[in-house]
Design a protein around this ligand. Structure first.
Ligand SMILES: NC(=O)c1ccc[n+]([C@@H]2O[C@H](COP(=O)([O-])OP(=O)(O)OC[C@H]3O[C@@H](n4cnc5c(N)ncnc54)[C@H](O)[C@@H]3O)[C@@H](O)[C@H]2O)c1
Length: 256
């Protein structure tokens, strides 16, 4: 365990799945945590879990894709918990289908949340991080941000964008003592995004994540804690010489 004692973290998409585990992991490491999610009830549930771990929590119902809402949520987090030391940009959605059938609205919505959302939250937290000469930003991309698959054009392209933004921002903020990295999860079960994907596979007569487990070199699908552990490391002083990296957490499924 890395001590993040006394730090303030903000997690987007914290109302469920991987984001919830990142938030509770931060709390276990000693952080107070702001939980931002478009699903207010989910964010409140995570807040209760953080408080049960003895840390302060603030649930924020907001859409990361709305720049004003994202800015207001960050301001509220700062006003309630103090300056934000750590940001986990984790909220995302998926829209699936061949490009020829994908509606332009779906393409835009995926980018609005997955890529623009990271941009808006970063814009809101960066000035104070620069002023304090410290900060950690960890973006959740995907292995689909490195290798795109058919039917996932918008999702994959948005995750490539997250990796590009991570690299550009890392260079911009390095002189100011702020690091920016990404995690690239592989097949992570126990989340809504994964159960939706499995439901689509079943509909199409394709194997579920669990049934494809043998293809993963480490022999098992991932769970949210596999990602949360790496995010906590990247948020810690142990990772102080890392920036601009996009770390695969895939059980070896993807190695580039
Ligand atoms: N589960 C996987 O196998 C997997 C694989 C690779 C990458 N990822 C990435 O991990 C992250 C978390 O995924 P998950 O599997 O936990 O998904 P999930 O669907 O379980 O959770 C996503 C959370 O984001 C929230 N959210 C959606 N739109 C939002 C918006 N506009 N504003 C604020 N919050 C919003 C949802 O309400 C939800 O609580 C995502 O970035 C996803 O792309 C997941």
């Amino acid at each position: 365990m890395y001590s993040l004692d006394g730090r303030v973290a903000l997690v987007t998409g914290a109302g469920a799945g991987i984001g919830r585990r990142i938030a509770t992991r931060f709390a276990q490491e000693g952080c107070d945590v702001a939980l931002l999610d478009i699903d207010a009830a989910g964010a409140e549930e995570t807040a209760a879990e953080v408080r049960a771990l003895g840390r302060r929590a603030l649930a924020l119902a907001a859409d990361v894709g709305d720049p004003d809402a994202a800015g207001a949520a960050v301001a509220q987090a700062r006003a309630t918990l103090g300056p934000v030391d750590i940001v986990s940009n984790n909220a995302a959605i998926v829209r699936v289908g061949p490009v020829i059938e994908l509606a332009v609205e779906d393409w835009r919505e995926v980018f609005r949340i997955n890529a623009d959302g990271v941009f808006h939250i970063c814009k809101a937290v960066i000035p104070e991080m620069i002023a304090r000469r410290s900060g950690r930003i960890i973006n959740t991309a995907s292995w689909f941000g490195k290798i795109a698959k058919p039917n996932y054009s918008a999702y994959s392209a948005s995750k490539f964008a997250v990796i590009g933004l991570t690299q550009a921002l890392a260079g911009e903020l390095a002189p100011h003592g702020v690091t920016v990295n990404a995690v690239c999860p592989g097949t992570i079960v126990g989340t809504r995004m994964r159960s939706d994907a499995d439901a689509r596979s079943v509909e199409q007569g394709l194997p579920t994540a669990k049934e494809r487990e043998a293809l993963i070199p480490l022999g098992r699908v991932g769970v949210p804690d596999d990602i949360a552990r790496v995010v906590a490391f990247l948020a810690s002083d142990e990772a102080s010489y890392m920036t601009g990296q996009s770390i695969n957490v895939t059980g070896g499924l993807w190695m580039h």
